[in-house]
Design a protein around this ligand. Structure first.
Ligand SMILES: *Cc1c(COP(=O)(O)O)cnc(C)c1O
Length: 351
């Protein structure tokens, strides 16, 4: 605390990201990055951009990228917003769409950035308990609210909510924005973007950090009714006119256009996920059904924090959350086959 701070700063509780270790040798299965590199076409597009043009500001509207996203999803560019990572897109949505003096609703077990943004923007919230199987109960969300947000698949559980359940949530709160955070949708789910023309209160966000393997580039998108997109644009243009740099715009657009590479690498992750689930079950783990590029698993006899520490000693890092309801789970990113094998071998020696 310093006398120079604006008073609210002392009460902020910032988000704590998963560790980015400086040691390169570790088997890094803790932050849901993609083990396969970005599309070679995305890399080539960025190489081509790297030169004298960097003296000029980028396109403040990122039209090249919006067009690529609009073409991919069959929507119009006025239904697309892009930002510096989906975390920034989410922040603008909290700021511009959820400040109504009524509580924002989200699951009790979910992405831990949501309460952080509530703190930053002074938004009250209610955390609604997932059921015994760690699933969202759509009926619970039909109550007075100033907005609803959840990831689909949920994080860190990996559990997928089908589109008909999402429609029930949308129909139960026609007067508030329902934000579906699809950070992991490409690993086995069906996108709610196909519902945006039916529900003007639906906003869908996605990231290029996971399925398109560009976590280091920082690009996220939102798709929804032009009125919702306009709110995000108004916030963005009151905050930073150039959230996406020249590299990000061309790299992300090329990544969206390289559909074959995208599909092939997502499928490799999905296939590996099934192998990891089988391996964990063979070690006695209970694994929640995952439609994501990670699994959430607990061992009935072993303490999760102890297992995570033991894995780290063997050079494998996974994510452990201290929140009471999930303190006996490990969240394990699906890596390349040899990384997954290193995980299973290390667990084998610990158990
Ligand atoms: C990874 C993740 C994000 C953030 O993605 P960035 O685009 O890297 O900021 C958002 N929501 C959820 C649920 C995530 O897991």
């Amino acid at each position: 605390m310093s006398k120079f701070w604006s008073p609210f700063v002392k009460d902020l509780v910032p988000y704590v990201p998963g560790e980015q270790p400086k040691l390169a040798k570790l088997v890094k299965l803790n932050t849901n990055e993609n083990p396969y590199g970005p599309s070679p076409k995305a890399i080539a597009a960025m190489h081509a951009e790297l030169g004298d043009s960097l003296r000029l500001y980028p396109d403040p509207n990122s039209d090249r990228l919006k067009q690529a996203v609009a073409d991919y999803y069959g929507v119009s560019t006025v239904e697309v917003f892009v930002g510096n990572g989906s975390d920034e897109v989410l922040a603008h949505a909290f700021h511009g769409l959820f400040q109504h003096g009524k509580p924002l609703l989200f699951p009790d077990v979910t992405y831990s950035f949501y309460p952080v943004y509530c703190g930053l923007y002074g938004i009250q919230h209610e955390a609604l308990a997932l059921d015994e199987q760690f699933q969202i109960r759509p009926e619970d969300y039909a109550r007075p609210n100033g907005g609803i947000i959840f990831p689909n698949p949920n994080a860190p559980t990996g559990c997928l909510l089908p589109l008909d359940a999402i429609e029930r949530i949308l129909q139960g709160s026609p007067d508030s924005v329902v934000l579906v955070d699809e950070a992991y949708i490409d690993f086995g789910g069906e996108t709610a973007i196909k519902l945006v023309h039916k529900y003007p209160n639906l906003l869908v966000t996605q990231t290029l950090s996971k399925s398109r393997s560009l976590a280091g580039l920082r690009v996220g998108i939102a798709v929804g009714h032009p009125d919702l997109i306009e709110a995000l644009e108004r916030i963005k243009n009151s905050f930073n006119s150039y959230p996406l740099d020249r590299m990000a715009i061309v790299g992300a657009a090329a990544a969206f256009e390289d559909v074959d590479y995208f599909r092939a690498t997502c499928q490799q992750v999905i296939d590996s996920r099934e192998a990891v689930v089988a391996g964990l079950q063979a070690h006695g783990f209970e694994v929640l059904p995952s439609a994501a590029n990670f699994v959430f698993a607990r061992h009935p006899q072993r303490d999760a924090a102890t297992l995570a520490a033991g894995l780290r000693e063997q050079g494998v890092i996974v994510r452990h959350f201290k929140q009471a309801r999930i303190a006996q789970f490990l969240r394990i990113t699906i890596g390349a086959p040899e990384q997954n094998q290193a995980l299973l071998d290390a667990l084998g020696s610990l158990l």
